[in-house]
Design a protein around this ligand. Structure first.
Ligand code: ATP
Ligand code: MG
Length: 241
């Protein structure tokens, strides 16, 4: 079997709980997370709201600093890189569809999708061509000059997905990528994400509350009390009963 592209070992992450006179304590979100993802593998992460799914994605992207443990992406320990090297390392390897999309407000849809290509030194003509093609594939042909505040949430979500597809990276993380899409558009966009990942051999890690979407993945893990467990979320624990 291929080497894992992502290894997450004994990862712990907590946040400071602010109090009136300084820190009131720490909220332990991830309490020792262990898992691996291989090239071409699709993995769904489920769990209750506030359980730590987005936190985990931030940590395995190197966007958030972990308290302890180790995250190795394509053999590289993320904690061993300084800020500049980490940025460069991430840009060429990880594409993230953020839960809040994180589009740049003053950039058009086309410019948002182009940005990673421009930063990677791709020629302007090629960057335009790839960005237009990806926007078309997510059903946004003709919207390239729209700014995010003139688009619906679902359209912004699709711009965020087009941006990741344009990057052509080996590891894709998507945080509730269908959260703002109607059922039909969600299926079309997810088909595209799965097909693109399969074609390029990219690993795909999805955070989702949608059991049908999770079922399309090779494996399902769920976060429970700060730890990862195998298998889909039980309805009873989702409802907190
Ligand atoms: N920067 C932060 N500072 C303090 N607490 C935080 C921070 N980010 C997240 N948290 C807390 O950590 C916990 C986990 O948050 P996280 O966003 O990872 O949950 P989630 O599983 O993604 O939830 P959802 O399904 O609602 O998106 C929450 O209780 C949240 O309030
Ligand atoms: Mg979240």
């Amino acid at each position: 079997m291929s080497d894992p592209v992502l290894v997450c070992a004994k990862v712990k992450k907590s946040y400071v709980i602010p109090g009136e006179s300084g820190a009131a304590g720490r909220l332990e979100v991830l309490k020792g997370i262990d898992f691996e993802v291989r090239a071409g593998e699709t993995l769904a992460i489920m769990g209750r709201s506030g359980g730590g799914k987005s936190t985990l994605l931030s940590c395995i992207s190197g966007l958030d600093v972990i308290d302890s443990g180790e995250i190795r992406l394509m053999g590289q320990n993320l904690s061993a890189l300084d800020a500049n090297s980490l940025n460069a390392f991430r840009a060429s390897r990880i594409g993230i569809v953020f839960q809040q999309f994180q589009l740049l407000d003053h950039f058009t849809a086309l410019e948002n999708v182009r940005l990673p290509l421009d930063l990677a030194g791709v020629s302007p003509e090629k960057a335009d061509q790839v960005a237009l093609e990806k926007l078309e594939r997510v059903g946004l042909a003709g919207r390239e000059s729209h700014f995010p505040d003139r688009m619906s949430r679902g359209e912004c979500q699709r711009v965020a997905i087009a941006r990741v597809l344009a990057m052509g990276v080996p590891v894709i993380y998507a945080d509730e990528p269908t959260g703002s899409l109607d059922v039909k558009t969600g299926k079309v966009v997810m088909d595209l994400l799965f097909t693109s990942a399969k074609e390029s051999g990219a690993a795909l890690v999805l955070v989702t509350h949608d059991p049908l979407l999770a079922k399309r993945c090779d494996r399902i893990l769920r976060i429970e009390d700060g730890l990862l467990k195998e298998g889909p979320l039980e309805l009873t624990s989702e409802l907190g009963v």
